[in-house]
Structures are given as structure tokens and as C-alpha cells.
Design a protein around this ligand. Sequence first.
Ligand code: IMP
Ligand code: MG
Length: 404
Amino acid sequence: MKKIDLVVGLQWGDEGKGKIVDLLISRNKYDVVMRGNGGNNAGHSISFNDKTFSVHSLPSGILQECINIIGPGCVVNPKAIVSELDNLGDYVSGELVISDRCPLILEKHIIEDKKLEDKKAHNSVGTTLKGIGPAYAALKNRTAVFAGDLLDIEKTLKRFDFLETEEKESLIIELTLYKKLIGKYIKNISPIVYDAKNILVEGAQATMLDNLYGTYPYVTSSNTIVSSLLTGTGLNYKYINKVYGVTKFYTTRVGNGPFITEMGEDTAKTVQKIGKEIGVSTGRIRRCGWIDLVQLKYAIGLNGITDLCMMKSDVMDDFEEIQLCNSYNEINTQNNIKYIPFDISKYKPNYVSFNGWHSDTFNKPLNSSPDELNTIFKYIEKELDVHLTFISTGPAREATVFVH
Ligand code: IMP
Ligand code: MG
């Protein structure tokens, strides 16, 4: 019977999904790896043989021998695809397939993204400026151009009769170029998906950036949670085997928006430095905060997580004290809650403190964690009611322990 595993980020992105995906592919020999949301706003780092690779729109299986599908829930920038493939060069081992149902990111979407961010000024979202929002908006407005449309440009243009002549002419030039760039990868994915036995679905962005369930308006324009990945890949729930949720031992976010467990400046600087918290896609420094169990519980519930992956506890090797947020208090009423409220800016976090472990765990397989760290892991498992399956302490493939 067909089996589907999914990997999603539980926080605001950059949890280390790329590494977990890469590791699962090496362990489980998936025949197909799929993306189901987002575009080249994503940035996944994969390290092996002392080299680090960055992928943005491509599925992380592209460096291994499997079929890599960009599913219909993704928006595709053809130039970005080609430049990513060029950057990876001979390391590309997998086959790339772009679903004919993927909406394209057009030049005008990138211009619109920038314009809207400028207009919003201090209220800007802090988008990656890659045109993601306008491309999804075009889909909802029924003015999208799909990858499959590139295969019959003449017919496609009939849908755009309403455009001014000049705009239409530049669209013809743009689509002709895109066909040349990615035409050979565009397919109807149904036959591949029907035949696949073992599929891995790789989420992009993360739960708190979900357009509906995240910290709106400081979110991305796609839905990012597991149910939307089923929509974005065309797979169905009957075959789901495991749902891996990836979190860091602390929290980061790039871009603007509320961040209830954000650390004081000095602590954040230490985490940024040791954890190398700089964006893969945009080079921006990431904001840092303590781990938020209220937020993680919400994410675990929304996604139906079966297995938790804990990344980067090593960043806190030298910390005297570790703080974990386990509830929120409403600032005006002191009302104590353990769920995500509609307006999080009206709340402040409550923390429980644990002693640090003071030993060097970086890039080491944590077969037996230091006692203090183990106590924290046990507390997290109990609060979140989920099994900790992977513990990762560094970029190397070897620095990951499979706990259960
Ligand atoms: P957009 O996805 O470019 O529209 O950006 C919307 C928000 O999502 C911004 O705060 C981005 O920084 C954030 N974002 C988008 N993709 C990622 C990602 O892969 N990791 C982390 N943040 C992201
Ligand atoms: Mg990333």
C-alpha cells in the first residue's frame, strides 16, 4: 500500500526541515519527494560531505536519486528554478517534475510585491519580495497563468484578451522565455503519483506563517499546515503514515509581526551568533526568542504531528538557564491561558526555568543527553503530549539521533 510521510515546520520557518527531509530520504528510500506550498521564498539548507547546499523552490530530494515534484500548491518562478539547478550543478541526482497545475510567478507579481510593501511602509509584512503574495492573489482572482499554459501559449493568450496591447505583448515574450526555461520539466503528475509507493511531502515556510492560522497579516500567502499540503500535492489522507513536526530548541522569525517570547537583545545576539541565525533566502538576521510550548501545542494540534524533531539544542550549550514559555497571561486581566488567542499582542508569556547543562554537544550524536537537557526534553514531551523522535545538534547528517 502507498505510504505518505510529511514534514512541516512548527514555528515561523527555518526550523531545519531541509535537514530532516534529507535524513528521512537517506533512511527511507522514498521514490517521490514533493513540495505542496510556497515558492522561492523558502530557503532550505542541506549539508553533507562537508558541503552546504541551499534550495529554494526545488524539493530537498533533488540531491538524491528520486523523483522531485513541485506540486500544484506551489507558485513557480521559472528563472529561479533554472538558477537553482545551475547552482547545484553536478550534485543534482534527482529528476525534477513541475506540475502543470502550478501557478507561475510573473515579473509583474514581483513588482507588485515591492510596491505594496513600500506603500505599507512601517506596517510592511517584511516579505521576501519574490512576488509570492501577488502570484497567489492572481490564482484566487482567476487571472493566473499555469505552468501547463506554457505548453500552448497561443491558446492561453485568448484568456488574456482583456489586457492592453502592450501588456499582452510583454506577456507573450515572458511566457515564450519561460517555456524555453522550464518546458521540459512540466508534466501531469497524476500517473507518477498513482504509481509511487513511498512519498515524502516537504512543507515550506511553517505553521505560524500559514495565511489563515498564523500571525496574520505577518504571514505568507499560502497555507502551510498538513491539510493544505494534501491539497497542494493532490495526495489523500488515507495513506498518511507519519507527520514529522520540526522545531528548534528556541524560536526565530524573520520579518515583522508579534513575537511573544522574543528575547532581550543580549541573549538574542548570543543565539544569533552561535546558531548562525541569518536567513538563507534574504540574508536577514533572524529575531530570536525562547521556545514557546503554547505555540507548539497549537501547531502540533493543527498538523496532527506524530513525531517531534528537536533541532539546535547545542546552541544553548553554555547557557546558565533555559526558559520555556508554558502559558500566557492577558496583560489587563491577568487571565491565564494555554492556547493561542486571536490577538496575541494583548498577552505576555509565563516562563518555567531549567538549569543549563554546560557541556559541548555541537555536531555530536546525542545518544545520551546530559541529565539537565534530558529533563527539559522530558518536560517538553509531557507538555506537548508527543514523542521526540529526532534530536539534531548540528548540520552534519551524523549529528542527528533517532530516539524512538
Ligand atoms: P512572503 O512569503 O515572501 O510573502 O513573506 C511573508 C512572510 O513570510 C515574511 O515575514 C517572510 O520573511 C516570511 N517567510 C516566507 N518564507 C519563509 C521561509 O521559508 N522561512 C522563514 N520565513 C519565511
Ligand atoms: Mg528557511
